[in-house]
Design a protein around this ligand. Structure first.
Ligand SMILES: Cc1ncc(COP(=O)(O)O)c(C=O)c1O
Length: 463
């Protein structure tokens, strides 16, 4: 087929459409092929170009119609835009809008926020950020380009936490971007990502955006169940596993020492990568945090992701990804295709914050503040939410995973709570498949203690 021939026919078809009524059925490709003595491929190229121009509108299974920008007028008297062509141009949607829409949803200022997975303003190191921020903004360094992999000193700061080399670390704009980037770079579209279940919906949509199929493996209070992980690896031949070993969102589960060994052995046996989402580091409420799985793995199976959004401030948008071996090389190379660098200003602020004496002080204060909020929420749920049960009292993180009485519709409850001014997380969104029981996720980090108590009581009134 010649391009010239297709555009010649497109011109003729355009003239033909111009004298037809908008919405009228256009001759079929077969008829056009005959009347213009052209191949089916040439006709289809001509129709595609007129579709892109908004002249024609194919409707799968029905035929092709004359489209018209000037058909019905909108309220302003201007022609209504016609986006119908986009439906055929876009193809299949990948990212689940239900999961995506709820991610980071903060509600209105009037809502009691028991769903947002970040710190309330009074728990953030706001004074330090303000002082450090204005100091950093005065430096020229903040306004010139940083190296694509990140500021060397900031890479070294994250590396020190991991016992890694600075050049194994990549500075990233937060955890979500790191997940999407790692999934897209480490696996081919169409392959499978295994995730513990229930799990963070942001990881599920990152996998969907990367064109990966999701396989869910059950987790309990000790994290993912190794026997079931082995079955899933055998069945799917997946090369990518998403885990939150330090503390799982939403359940608060911490991967037990025995299971850490078992999971690493499975990654080795099946030649798979583990994406370790270490979001809750620095949010430990009892005891001390287990080391990153990355530190237990000499062979480059684990790619670990850190973020400052959770222990510092979500608007900072600074995190890090560390990986070893050719995968690390590949990730560092691919990063430049996405972005020139994370804004140097925020990197400078993150570096100054992490190296200041204020940082350990902030973390200590944060632990106390979160612990008080957790206690208040657990007490209120136990008293007010009759028939519900906190699945595990979390020793880290910011969420309570609450099992509702059998038969409760968690989606209806979430909608009713939202209308009543309380934001909660519908448990359904944390599953890839159907949930085994009704759950909600209640977060204690974004609200004050009186708000937590009032919010849970309001919820009780709806149940
Ligand atoms: C488990 C988990 N991972 C990653 C993220 C992404 O965090 P951010 O992109 O703000 O660093 C979140 C945020 O809610 C999360 O809960």
């Amino acid at each position: 087929m010649s391009n010239n021939r297709a555009s010649e026919i497109a011109q003729k078809l355009k003239q033909q459409a111009a004298v037809m009524r908008v919405g009228a059925k256009f001759p079929s490709a077969r008829e056009l092929s005959k009347s213009h003595s052209a191949s089916a491929a040439t006709i289809s190229a001509a129709i595609a170009s007129l579709t892109a121009l908004g002249v024609l509108r194919p409707e799968p299974g029905r035929g092709t119609f004359v489209a018209g920008r000037d058909e019905p007028d909108g309220p302003s008297g201007m022609p209504e835009p016609d986006y119908a062509w986009q439906s055929s141009a876009l193809g299949r949607s990948r990212v689940d809008p239900g999961k995506a829409g709820r991610l980071g949803a903060a509600g209105t200022a009037g809502h009691v926020q028991l769903s947002w997975g970040y710190l309330a303003p009074e728990l953030q190191p706001f004074d330090e950020l303000r002082t450090i921020g204005s100091r950093c903004a005065k430096s020229h360094r903040a306004w010139t380009m940083a190296p694509p992999m990140g500021l060397p000193d900031l890479r070294a700061a994250f590396a020190a936490e991991l016992g890694a080399e600075a050049d194994e670390v990549l500075i990233m704009p937060g955890g979500q971007q790191s997940l999407a980037f790692a999934m897209r770079t480490l696996a081919d579209p169409g392959s499978t990502l295994i995730t513990e279940s229930p799990s963070y919906p942001g990881a599920a949509i990152a996998a969907q955006a990367a064109g990966l199929n999701l396989a869910a493996v059950q987790a309990d209070a000790d994290g993912i169940i190794p026997e079931q992980l082995a079955d899933a690896l055998e069945r799917t031949r997946a090369k990518l596993i998403y885990l939150q070993p330090g503390c799982a969102n939403p359940t608060g589960a911490v991967l037990s020492p025995e299971r850490r060994v078992a999971v690493l052995a499975l990654a080795k046996r099946y030649g798979a990568f583990i994406i370790e989402d270490d979001w809750a580091r620095n949010l430990t409420l009892e005891g001390s945090a287990p080391p990153q799985l990355f530190m237990q793995d000499p062979d480059g199976h684990v790619v670990t992701i850190a973020t400052l959004s959770k222990p510092a401030a979500p608007g900072l948008r600074v995190g890090a990804l560390a990986a070893r071996g050719p995968a690390g090389e590949r990730l560092r190379t691919a990063r430049s295709a996405d972005d020139m660098c994370v804004p140097p200003l925020t990197q400078e602020i993150a570096l100054a914050l992490l190296s200041s004496a204020a940082w350990p002080r902030h973390l200590k204060r944060l632990r106390t503040g979160l612990l008080e909020r957790r206690e208040a929420m657990v007490a209120e749920v136990n008293v007010a939410l009759y028939g519900s049960r906190v699945a595990t009292i979390p020793t880290a993180g910011i969420h309570l995973w609450v099992k509702l009485p059998e038969g409760t519709d968690s989606t209806a409850l979430t909608a009713a709570a939202n209308s009543a001014g309380v934001m909660i997380g519908d448990g359904k969104h944390y599953y890839v498949d159907e949930p085994p029981a009704p759950f909600i996720r209640l977060s204690y980090s974004a609200a004050s203690i009186p708000q937590i108590q009032a919010g849970v009581q309001r919820l009780a009134g709806l149940m």
